[in-house]
Design a binder for this molecule. Structure first.
Ligand SMILES: Cc1cc2nc3c(=O)[nH]c(=O)nc-3n(C[C@H](O)[C@H](O)[C@H](O)COP(=O)(O)OP(=O)(O)OC[C@H]3O[C@@H](n4cnc5c(N)ncnc54)[C@H](O)[C@@H]3O)c2cc1C
Length: 485
């Protein structure tokens, strides 16, 4: 950086990195010595940018509020702009006279082409545009097989990830930010109408979550000190619920994966080394999803495995709605779908169960499930959501084969043994003895009566029979393999 232009502003463009700590682009802006123009752009109109789901928007509203406060305490105002990012940045450059811009990279197709255009715009004028790695620990395009190909299978990806060496240590927050002092036009958060009003479905979500960097930091600290130690044994049990719940914080970059990786490893001691390794591997599943997205940008709309392009998906609005509302008559499925609606989040084991139920028992297209999750999850992630849906559907990279069909009754008996999860989210079954909770239709009439349950009235009868649905799914798979006339 030359001395002459150190008073000319630099634009720090925040995107999915709403944090001060371990933010390489922000560190660059701070160390440039230039006045910083901090901006967030709400862009739903550039080509191939997927509009956020409603629950993500709820989160983003509060996350931006919290981030703006963090910046404010350092004297910096967060400018909000909306519209096509290329236009918004061009306008901001003119308005502030900025001669440099920086950001942390993102990996969607549409996002990358916007970023490339903006970089070019700055370069064409002889100005600086710098991007940094902050969202992922290893750039997805650099994790390659021996024959310089992308990975399709997780285990070799993980091996390669480890061979590439430990991720760099997290950066401290910049000691000082030099704010740009002039008035700059900005939207307000209220202008964006991210919060639901009629109806306001967010109350139960708000009880559960605190978006923002401070809350993310606290949650990580508490998790590392306690529940993480049992991750390897308890992570599949939705009742005790002992996973980290850091996913929405990671989604919006309120905490960095580098920070989490090092916290997880730094506190490692022999007693819980296994739990920590298993958890770190989940962080790398997140990286693997981005690796897939970067290589196969149409991950959310096209079958990764084109053999499924002829699959005879059913169209059944009533079944889809029963699934979305948690009214399928299978308690573990209904508990999961109601947890999602109530809290904006669902336990991973149950995500797999409800996903399998949608595509195999109901024979509905995985894209229907992916879209519903995208709209209702606070952690709805552009890479993990489609990658995991394709995994569950059997259409994806390294997928569970389609013919492996989860039995929702056995899954409930195995992973919700004491029925605590089902009772929490399906209260109309809470007086039924635990042994009948996975399949209430098998309970003796006297037990149902004692528990105040009338199947088909107080709780639905199963919308499909497990055995018949299983056979129908396998027949559909077979049919999709037969050549078309
Ligand atoms: C059908 C389906 C859809 C999913 N959609 C999303 C999504 O939109 N966003 C999302 O973040 N995760 C998604 N997942 C992955 C996983 O369910 C969540 O990341 C996890 O439940 C989040 O809870 P946690 O933070 O307590 O996770 P922990 O178990 O504590 O794991 C720590 C972190 O690792 C990452 N992670 C864990 N499991 C996975 C995984 N299987 N794939 C990718 N990353 C993982 C997450 O960032 C998570 O926060 C989906 C899984 C399925 C089966």
């Amino acid at each position: 950086m030359t001395k002459e232009n150190s008073n000319t502003p630099i634009i720090m463009w925040f995107r999915q990195d709403l944090r001060i700590h371990d933010n390489p682009a922000l560190n660059h802006a701070a160390s440039s010595g230039k006045p910083i123009v901090a901006v967030f752009i709400h862009d739903e109109i550039s080509p191939n940018i997927r509009p956020m789901g409603a629950a993500q928007k709820w989160w983003l509203h509060h996350s931006l509020e919290s981030h703006a406060n963090e910046l404010e305490t350092r004297g910096c105002k967060l400018i909000l702009k909306s519209g096509a990012a290329t236009d918004a940045i061009a306008q901001l450059k003119t308005e502030t006279g900025a001669d440099a811009i920086c950001w942390n990279r993102r990996y969607g197709d549409g996002e990358q082409s916007v970023d490339a255009d903006i970089k070019q715009m700055f370069k064409d004028e002889g100005l600086e545009a710098k991007s940094f790695a902050g969202h992922l620990m290893h750039e997805p395009s650099l994790v390659r097989t021996g024959s310089d190909m992308p990975y399709r299978v997780y285990t070799p990806f993980w091996k390669k990830f480890c061979e590439m060496g430990p991720p760099r240590a997290p950066y401290p927050a910049p000691e000082q930010l030099k704010p740009h002092q002039d008035q700059v036009s900005s939207d307000t958060l209220e202008d964006w109408k991210f919060l639901p009003t009629k109806p306001d479905w967010s109350k139960t979500i708000a009880e559960q979550w605190t978006p923002g960097e401070s809350a993310a930091t606290e949650r990580a600290k508490a998790y590392m000190a306690a529940d993480l130690r049992a991750y390897d044994t308890a992570r599949d049990l939705p009742g005790p619920d002992r996973t980290s719940k850091l996913s929405p914080h990671l989604r919006f970059g309120e905490i960095s994966p580098y920070t989490l990786w090092h916290q997880c490893h730094d506190q490692r001691h022999t007693a819980d080394a296994k739990a920590r390794e298993v958890w770190a591997k989940e962080l790398v599943w997140r990286e693997f999803s981005y690796h897939l997205l970067q290589e196969w940008p149409h991950l959310r709309s096209e079958n990764f495995n084109p053999k499924f392009d002829n699959f005879p998906w059913d169209r059944n609005e009533a079944a889809l709605e029963a699934w979305q509302r948690g009214q399928t008559g299978y308690p573990i499925v209904d508990a999961g779908m109601r947890q999602l609606w109530k809290t904006g989040w669902m336990h991973n084991r149950v995500r797999m169960i409800v996903g399998s139920f949608l595509v195999k028992h109901l024979l509905l297209d995985w894209r229907e499930g992916e879209s519903w999750f995208w709209d209702t999850l606070v952690d709805g992630d552009p890479a993990a959501n489609p990658a995991q849906w394709q995994w569950v559907a059997g259409t994806g990279a390294d997928a569970a084969p389609y013919f492996r069909i989860f039995n929702p009754i056995l899954q409930a008996e195995k992973f919700d043994k004491d029925g605590s999860y089902i009772k929490r989210y399906v209260p109309e079954l809470s007086d039924l003895p635990t042994q009948y909770l996975a399949a209430p239709w098998d309970a003796p009439a006297t037990e149902l009566k004692k528990a105040g349950i009338v199947l088909g009235e107080t709780y639905p009868k199963p919308i499909v029979d497990h055995k018949e649905a299983r056979e129908r799914a396998l027949a559909a798979l077979q049919a999709s393999k037969e050549p078309k006339e």
